[in-house]
Design a protein around this ligand. Structure first.
Ligand SMILES: [Zn+2]
Length: 205
């Protein structure tokens, strides 16, 4: 191999890496903001979320229709659900959708697309190139119901406290994560858990 082509290879590789980083930064998935209007629940920023994850709002709506077992419809930017659902319940369901249909099974990047093949659909990751058949039971493999020590979870940082510590919430537990920014979605390892508050650190996978 000539020196030139080796250098070309290196610069190609660093291009790919920096693109992946830029994409991660761009793809901050907001939490759903819901509002009750009489007997229905309105998700106010529904298409903001679907456009960031690059999925058809109607497809995402179908998922919620099946999961909640009730009629939903997309109305402009909003999703209307024909019953009362708390914001937390909706966001937990949204997390489930993201885990199964959006986040790369290898690197956790949300920058993916669905490739429909004859029998299966694949998640194709634009950040790392991994391809995996959609695994509907994926959320079952991850501990979803409660926070436990020495387990890993994916959380979105809701706010940053006075000492610069990020705060997230999952399954009713406050999670403190040092060294993160508001809005960031990170994978964390729970180091300590006490009285509904957990201290966690960011991990790679
Ligand atoms: Zn990936």
């Amino acid at each position: 191999m000539s020196i030139n082509s080796y250098e070309d290879m290196l610069s190609d590789a660093s291009d790919v890496l920096s693109k992946a980083t830029v994409n991660q930064e761009r793809l901050k998935i907001p939490r759903a903001i819901t509002m009750e209007e009489g007997k229905v629940t309105v998700v106010r920023n529904f298409t903001d979320i679907t456009s960031i994850i690059n999925r058809d709002p109607k497809d995402v709506a179908k998922f919620f229709m099946k999961e909640f077992g009730i009629g939903v419809n997309v109305d402009g930017k909003r999703l209307i659900i024909n019953r009362k659902i708390s914001e937390e319940d909706f966001n937990n369901k949204l997390e489930q959708y993201l885990n199964v249909y959006v986040r790369c099974y290898e690197c956790n990047s949300p920058d993916t697309e669905i490739l429909r093949e004859s029998r299966t659909s694949l998640i194709v990751c634009k950040a790392c190139g991994a391809q995996h058949p959609i695994n509907m039971s994926r959320e079952i493999m991850i501990d979803r119901d409660e926070i436990r020590e020495n387990k890993k979870y994916t959380v979105t940082v809701d706010s940053v406290g006075r000492s610069g510590e990020g705060r997230a919430k999952l399954y009713g537990t406050s999670i403190i994560v040092p060294g993160v920014k508001k809005g960031q979605t990170v994978k964390v390892l729970i180091k300590r858990l006490k009285e509904g508050t957990a201290i966690a650190e960011v991990v790679k996978d």
